[in-house]
Write a protein that binds this ligand. Structure first.
Ligand SMILES: NC(=O)c1ccc[n+]([C@@H]2O[C@H](COP(=O)([O-])OP(=O)(O)OC[C@H]3O[C@@H](n4cnc5c(N)ncnc54)[C@H](O)[C@@H]3O)[C@@H](O)[C@H]2O)c1
Length: 358
């Protein structure tokens, strides 16, 4: 990932207008205002952070799932306390964003009292970009692990057909006194599959090392790549990380696993996605002040490393996204006209005002 160049062209939307628009669309599809705001915040935050593959352009597919009756817009997640530090959330086939918000808030509360909180989530759906959940924990002063499983897209190492999800592994820690939080959020594939959908929407080619077509050949065409398989990062290691996400999120939770999760673009049945969330209090073994000082030292040593040839600046995980967010909060988020048209077509269906552009 690189910081986007100052953006020109396209259609710009202020983040607050994107939030208002998505909230109205979701309310028109049966969500409560509060729940609609939670989903919208997760999606807009992805666009702000430069993760447009998981931003508001996901809305048409989510709404199609609602209209097809495979995602329940009115479902409220429920929570069962298993031990003082362990809870289980049932998403009841509602938006994954709501189950994840309920789960991470519970994990944070347990960690405040007991130092750690673990939440397993079942019967959920796609929750978008994992980093918004990590951010919810770092904003509350907590470290976190955020795992999910997802629909088949990736072969296991040595296999040739889709079995594991391109399931992101994410974690975070509050920053130091003078440094931003550590936020790692990465798919175990060379690139997230959402980036291929984004290239398809935007009529762009993709790098040939991202995916194979249905005949097992490298391709730069997003449509062909979507018929084939994503390639794991680091060979067997990426494949093993995808299996790890399924062990913790799928096998453990009671949700679908081993290739059984339904994808967000498949309108045939509920997603049955599982998630696994952990919150950890950072000042368990020392004062918060000392923890923050140590994060500052780590940050400075990382970004101050000797640079390899051709590298101008070294970034901390999550820092590029943070800088992108600062820029986009000021300048707006840039979309292509086709994306805006698709969103406005959704608005027209339910008599909601079109998205306001800058
Ligand atoms: N919900 C789902 O099922 C699902 C599935 C797949 C992906 N996703 C989301 O897709 C998104 C994209 O994933 P990705 O793997 O393509 O991300 P990515 O490759 O853009 O970034 C991965 C990580 O590397 C860090 N990074 C990237 N470039 C860097 C640099 N130059 N210097 C220092 N750090 C750098 C980023 O901060 C980030 O933490 C994630 O937000 C993920 O949650 C979600």
């Amino acid at each position: 990932m690189t910081i986007p160049e100052p953006e020109t062209g396209g259609v710009r939307v202020d983040a607050s207008d994107a939030q208002t628009f998505v909230t109205s669309l979701l309310v028109a599809h049966g969500l409560s205002t509060e729940n609609a705001e939670t989903v919208a915040r997760g999606l807009v935050q992805a666009d702000l952070r430069g993760v447009e593959s998981h931003g508001i352009n996901r809305i048409p597919s989510y709404l199609a799932r609602v209209r097809n009756g495979v995602l329940d817009p009115k479902a409220e997640p429920t929570l069962a306390q298993i031990t003082p530090v362990v809870a289980q959330v049932d998403g009841h086939n509602g938006f994954g964003f709501l189950a994840a918000a309920r789960g991470i808030d519970a994990a944070v509360e347990m960690a405040r009292t007991f130092g750690i909180g673990m939440v397993s989530i079942k019967h959920s759906n796609h929750f978008g970009m994992s980093a918004w959940i990590v951010r919810r924990a770092t904003d509350a002063g907590m470290m976190s692990l955020v795992f999910t499983n997802s629909s088949p897209a990736l072969p296991v190492w040595g296999g040739k057909s889709q079995l594991m999800g391109v399931s992101p592994i994410a974690c975070g820690a509050p920053g130091g006194h003078d440094s931003k939080p550590f936020i790692l959020d990465m798919a175990p594939s060379i690139a997230a599959r959402g980036k291929i959908y984004k290239a398809l929407r935007r009529g762009e080619k993709i790098p040939t090392d991202w995916a194979l077509d249905s005949e097992g050949k490298p391709t730069d065409q997003p449509a062909e790549a979507l018929k084939g398989v994503m390639l794991p990062m680091g060979g067997p290691k990426g494949s093993a990380l995808a299996i790890m996400m399924d062990v913790f999120s799928g096998v453990l939770s009671g949700s679908a696993f081993a290739g059984g999760v339904t994808g967000p673009y498949d309108m045939s049945k509920p997603g049955d996605v599982g998630h696994f969330l952990v919150a950890v209090k950072p000042d368990l073994f020392m004062s918060l002040d000392e923890f923050r000082e140590r994060m500052d030292v780590l940050y400075q040593r990382v970004v101050g490393s000797d640079k390899m040839h051709g590298v101008e600046r070294i970034y901390f995980p999550g820092e590029i996204e943070h800088l992108t967010e600062e820029q986009r909060l000021k300048d707006g988020i840039q979309y292509v006209q086709d994306e805006i048209d698709a969103l406005n077509a959704e608005a027209e269906r339910v008599n909601v005002a079109k998205i306001r552009t800058m």
